[in-house]
Write a protein that binds this ligand. Structure first.
Ligand code: UDP
Ligand code: MG
Length: 313
């Protein structure tokens, strides 16, 4: 059996279309499956639909988080509640074509543990988003050796890979990164990421920035080393400059250069603040891990036991 996990946050009418198309594809391919819909604290009627669907169809299970915990937490909740021999994580906004799932399952049956969908094209995103995404993925891949270029969250994990992933203890998980970090036999499929079926993306610039910082800090301490290196470079430069000034002073030159002083102060100040910021990010990270709060809280579940009657309407 395979489990399909989809995080749902204020998808409104879109989730109905999603479930329809998914059901058609999965049933059409003759797969035994369960669909785990995780409502990430939606404020619209998404949960009503999920709960109703779960009552009508015993292959559908709904999980409602107690508030909006973010997509990463919602995916994790779904993974922890999935019972299948393989789990497919897919967005509920129809940007990830469900038609690819049967091919993912085929690859899994051929022995792959992780089947990733990678972007062939990226539509429905502004130029800035596209360039930003690429730049981040490049930087991430370069710094961590975990390849994220063109990666998506749309992937299949076989049970062994899933168990490995769930053993990672960190709180601010970064699914795209961790599911690559674990290794295992991998396979990739190129897909076209389409436009959102409806509604709009919740990723504001701020949220994307947080995701990027989270992803980086949870995978590499390279920024910390960078701070050290730049600090060392500054120190070397300061020594040279000091020596030069000293030599000129001995030679009888009066020392001028007010603008230089201001400029150096600015550069140093900026770097100090940045360095503090970088350290702060890691400190915040540690703080979060040490508090050890649960990564999500479940408020409600909706599932119908196989063979039970439909509730009275
Ligand atoms: N999502 C979620 N919690 C959030 C934001 C998004 O569960 O706080 C879900 C959303 O319902 C969708 C998926 O995550 O199924 C991807 O979200 P979105 O389309 O906003 O992101 P994008 O496709 O732009 O990366
Ligand atoms: Mg989307």
């Amino acid at each position: 059996m395979i489990s399909v996990v989809a995080p749902v946050f204020n998808e409104g009418a879109g989730v109905e279309r999603f479930v329809g198309r998914l059901t058609e594809v999965l049933a059409g391919a003759g797969l035994t499956y369960e669909l785990v819909l995780v409502d990430d604290g939606s404020t619209d009627d998404s949960w009503d639909f999920v709960a109703r669907q779960a009552m009508l169809d015993d292959r559908v299970r709904g999980l409602q988080l107690s508030r909006n915990f973010g997509k990463e937490a919602a995916v994790l909740a779904g993974l922890e509640h999935a019972a299948g021999d393989a789990v497919v994580v897919i967005d509920a906004d129809l940007q990830h074509p469900p038609e690819v799932i049967p091919e993912m399952v085929r690859r899994w049956r051929q022995g792959a543990h992780v089947v990733e969908a990678v972007k062939r094209s990226r539509t429905g995103q502004g130029l800035v988003g596209r360039l930003g995404g690429r730049a981040f993925n490049k930087a991430f891949t370069g710094l961590t050796r975990v390849d994220l270029i063109d990666a998506t969250d749309f992937r299949l994990l076989a049970r062994p890979a899933l168990e490995a992933l769930l053993r990672l203890p960190e709180h601010s998980s970064f699914f795209r990164g961790t599911s690559s970090w674990i290794g295992f036999r991998r396979s990739t499929i190129e897909v076209d990421i389409s436009e959102r079926a409806g509604g709009r993306s919740r990723w504001t610039f701020g949220a994307l920035f947080r995701l990027a910082v989270n992803g980086l800090t949870s995978f590499t301490s390279a920024p910390l080393h960078l701070v050290t290196m730049v600090g060392l470079a500054f120190a070397g430069f300061a020594v040279l400059l000091g020596a030069q000034t000293l030599i000129r002073w001995i030679g009888g030159d009066s020392v001028a250069g007010f603008p230089t002083v201001i400029l150096l102060l600015l550069v140093m100040g900026t770097f100090l603040l940045l360095g503090l910021g970088v350290i702060g990010e890691y400190l915040a990270r540690i703080h979060e891990e040490v508090r050890g709060r649960p990564r999500y809280l479940v408020q409600d579940r909706a599932e119908r036991q196989v063979g039970t009657a439909l509730p009275e309407q």
